[in-house]
Structure formats: C-alpha cells, structure tokens
Design a protein around this ligand. Sequence first.
Ligand SMILES: Nc1ncnc2c1ncn2[C@@H]1O[C@H](COP(=O)(O)OP(=O)(O)OP(=O)(O)O)[C@@H](O)[C@H]1O
Ligand SMILES: [Mg+2]
Length: 494
Amino acid sequence: MWTKGQEDALKAAKTGHNLCIFGKSGCGKSTIIKEINKTLTQSGRVCKIVCPSGVACKVYDELAATVHSFYGLQTAELPAPLVMQQSLQRNDVVNQIQSVDVLVWDEISMSSLRIFHIVDLLHQKVRNNSLPFGGIQVILGGDFCQLKPIQSLLDPGDPIYKSVLLGTVFPHRIVLEKIMRQSEFEGDFKKALDSLRMGVCDVDTEAYLCGLSRRCVDIGDNVPPPIHIFFKKLPVEVHNSYMLSCLSGEMLKYESIDTGRTGLLKNTVPKVLMLKRGCKVMLLFNISKSLTNGTLGTFIDADQTDSKNESLLIKFPNVGVVSIPRKTWYAYRKDGQVQASRTQFPLSLSYAITVHKAQSATLESAVVHCSQEFDAGQTYVALSRVRSEERLQVIGFQKRFLLKQPAHIKQIHSAQHGDPVSSFTCCRNKVLESTNCELDREEDPSLINDENSIQVDEDLLNHEELILKYFASNQGVKQNFNQILQHMTNAEED
Ligand SMILES: Nc1ncnc2c1ncn2[C@@H]1O[C@H](COP(=O)(O)OP(=O)(O)OP(=O)(O)O)[C@@H](O)[C@H]1O
Ligand SMILES: [Mg+2]
C-alpha cells in the first residue's frame, strides 16, 4: 500500500510535468520511482531510470543504468566538449537518448552539476531542441542531506542544487514524509537518524548511539555476515586485507600495468590486487546491464582457457561464472591528452565498503565504523541502511565527528507545487536565456585535495606490509582489530 506522499508523486508524474521526489533515507523514493516507471511505460511512454552509481542501480534490478553508461560518458574524465563528442559519435547512445520520453534520475545528490549539464546538453543536441533536456519530462529523486558528488580532476563536484536548472525548471517538488525502511517500533533509531541527517546530536542521542557499539543480533546461518562500512578508503583496504589473511589458501597477486605520471592515478584502482580463491569481491566497472559497478561476487580462479589475455573467473549470484579481463583507467589533461593510464582487473575485495558504495542500499545488517566526516551526512547514510537497530553495530561514534548541513538545505527540500500550466511552460517547456556555465574545473589539477583518496605512499598499498604495520603497532594482537582501525582513523585526521 502506498503512502500518501507516494500516491501524490505517482499522480504528479502522470501529469507529464517535471518533478522532484525528495525525502529522508528509506521513505520509499526509489520504490515509488519503480512504480512510476511501470505506470508510464504501460501508458506507452519510454522511461529510462538512471543513477550515479552502479550500487544505486541495484535497487532497480536491471531497469536502471548508470548515468555514465547510458550516456556513453565513460569515466567523463575528458574535457566536457570531448565527453559530449565521444557520446554523440556512438549510434547506440544517440538512439537511446532519442528514444527517451521520460528521464528518471535517482540519487540525484551524488550526481554533479557538471554531469547534470552535460546530460541536459546531450538531450538538447540529440533532439535538436534548445528547451531544457530537449523538452522531455524529467523526474529527479534523492535527498541532498545524503552524500555529495565526488570531485575529480575535471569535475569540481558541485551539487545539482547549485544549477540554475533546478530552480527554474523543477518547481514541482514532493517530499515523502513517512519512513518505510524502519518500522514504527524503531522510534529511538528513527529519532537518532533524524538528528544525524542534519548533523546534530544531543546528549540522549549520543548515549543511544554509543549503546549500539555491541555486536549485531545474530540473524541466522543463511544470511551473509554484516558488511563493514567506513568513510575512507584506507580502513576499507585494511579490513578487506585482514579478512583475506583469515582465509586459507594461496595468495595471488595481480599488479597493474601503468604508464605516464602514475601519481595522477591514485583515484582509479589500487596498483596491487591481492586475492585468494573463494574470497568475496566487488566489480568496479560497468560490464553489462546485470554486471555493474558495485556487483558482488566470489573469486573462483584465474581463467586458464584464455592463454593470450589474462582474465579472472568470478561467480556472480543470478548470473553465474564470468571471465573478467583487465580494464584501463586514464588520467587526462584539459586538452584531452592522456597523461597516465593504469590497466588492472576491475575488482576489489568486498568485506568492507566505503559509505559512498552503500548509499541507496537496504542491508540485512551492517557494522559502521565512525570517524570524522568529510562530507556532511556520511554517518546518516551509513547508519540508515538497515531496517532495525538490532541489525546495526556502531563503532567509535563521537558527536564531534558530525558536520552540519548547510542552512539552505531545508529550503531546497520544501514541498512546492509551482503553478502547473497545461502547456508545460512552468517546467519542461520553459525557455531559458542561457544555462551556460563553466563545466570543467579551472584549478591546477595538481592542487586537488580529494579527501576520499588514499593519502599514503603507493608502495604502502602492498596489503601484507600494510596489515603487518598496523598489527605491529598493536603488538600483533589480531583480535583487537577494531582498536587498530580506531587508531588508523584517528591517525589519518592528525
Ligand atoms: N509503500 C511501501 N510499503 C512497504 N514497504 C515500502 C514502501 N515503500 C518503500 N518500502 C520499503 O522501504 C525500504 C526503503 O525504500 P526505498 O529504498 O524506496 O527508500 P528511499 O527513499 O529510496 O531510500 P534511500 O534514500 O536510502 O535511497 C525498502 O525496503 C522498500 O521495500
Ligand atoms: Mg533510494
């Protein structure tokens, strides 16, 4: 049964106007988007759901594509005009864009203004129509209190709410109020999540969250063990390495093949990938509709049948065993020249993930390792993944770690209905003078300080050395792994 807000969203979507569906984590935005997609498709319109990450697409089974794959943006690490040129040269991409009547874009908080404007321009060019998004209906879903876009060499990572388009062509906004992920019996948990969402925490909430440091309730043998969530990549690496060291069997080491200024590759994939047969892995690249960035699987072995090109066999649930070859990541200069490349298997271990890989998912259980937020809302996103407090363990929560949300965020989320006009001149048919803005970042790329990147010497990323170093700092007591992580997250802040 739909909530009142979900019914309103479905009704508004059927009118053909542009629409924003906002609301807290777990209020059913993605669930009603699925229904909107079904209803509009049945009425003969071609709908396409896109999400900024492969993990966010998982909520839609195979209905959704990542923004990057649908628009053929690759990693979008080329200057914007070249990114668009590359897309428009691909017939399959142009045909896909041409066919869409309704674009549905979920987890909008994680997409950047740069990508939003590139997609707008692609629709305009393909449809040869200078109206926003070429005049098609666009439905946005998300919560700007959740994670922001990640910066890259050319993308300053500005959120979409800074775009002139949001204020002008998205006047119709609905806010879903009722939380559906957690039940009515989770009052304390929901109250704590509400405060964390705004980055505030009173004494009672702090005490409540510190009380969740005990282990999760055991939920049976058929359920996978809890996923560990960290804010930064480094503790994720260490946790994964620790889990790998606990597995028996031969350690297999795969080194990347690098060219050029390798220092620019730190935001791609680690230089060294260590695996053992049977270990749990995550795919880091969109390979097909069912195998997207974020898909979880199990490493079987090296593919002996492919003697020329080395490949790895990975077993994915509902898909089977797939041979995964290496992929190449590039770092570009502003003029589009390649500066460096890394060729490596698009895989990482998956016992622990960063909070950026968790947004949008509903998890059976989770262990959240808190540390200083570098993006407001990280603690909120991490803790709100589970349905009940008994499925959650919160390690190292401190109120001082929280970042407050900007004051204007409430205003963006307030429900507005504008004045719907039957000619759609209130939204999708609004003629704008210009939405021109500088899409690529101006700063010297060498000055970028990406706080989510691993700020350690690459050599240290040899997992065995890394793990030994941290265990040595703890007198080699492996049982105290959580203390080591605590030490690491604190040390990183110093
Ligand atoms: N009307 C409903 N009735 C029952 N369950 C629902 C309803 N709407 C959503 N749910 C359930 O609530 C959970 C959260 O829903 P959903 O993922 O759509 O929320 P969301 O707002 O998209 O969350 P997030 O912001 O984290 O992406 C899901 O498990 C979903 O099945
Ligand atoms: Mg969602």
